[in-house]
Write a new protein. Sequence first.
Length: 249
Amino acid sequence: MNQTAQNDGISEEECFDRSMLLGDLVAELPAAAQVLKSFKIDFCCGGNRPFRDVVKEHGLDENEVVRALNEACRQSVSTGSGIDAANWLELPLSDLINYIVRNHHQYLYHTLPELAQYVMTIESVHGARHPELGRIRKLYAEMNKELMEHLPKEELDLFPAIKQLDEVPSQANLELVMSQLDDLGTEHESCGRVLKEMREITCDYTLPEDACPTYQYTFRMLAELEADLFEHIHLENNILFPRAAKVAV
């Protein structure tokens, strides 16, 4: 994977191939996730696109992004927190599914209803001065509804089908899994669209001067929800689903 690049006249060993898909990049180098988020690059719903193309579309300096990724890669190696720590590409599919349900699904079941109340509260109190909060409330309600319908589909239908495929590899089981992936992938894209619009509307969750503690808490929780969903969707779109689709039958 490594290649040598000339950046500002300095020879530097790169830790990834610039032609890689974003999802594959983060799957192999988990430390890349924070770097890509800092440049506002979507690697979960947009993980099936080449790194170089996305950087160009964002109008970013490719070498600047690469330097940041290389630095994150080196730090993860020095601290022992790279792919060996995550091991998503080697973890049994059943264990990966259990991790997703335990850590991400349960987080959403707990957080979504509570945060819905705060979103409505800050609109009712601050909406007259900040009309964008009305749009935030509508977007959040849309995403909340979709997710609460989406999670049981995965837990009751898709995930058991993937576990069955992993235990009994067969063409019939593979076709059952593949028949469900397209619809659920579309729902992931819808969630990604909402997250992107909410961040744009709030100027990256920038607080106004008159933000009360509830306003501050709500924006902090929305940002945390976004971060959790990014990891959640990445694990499914870029690791679990492709691995399931490649099970030898």
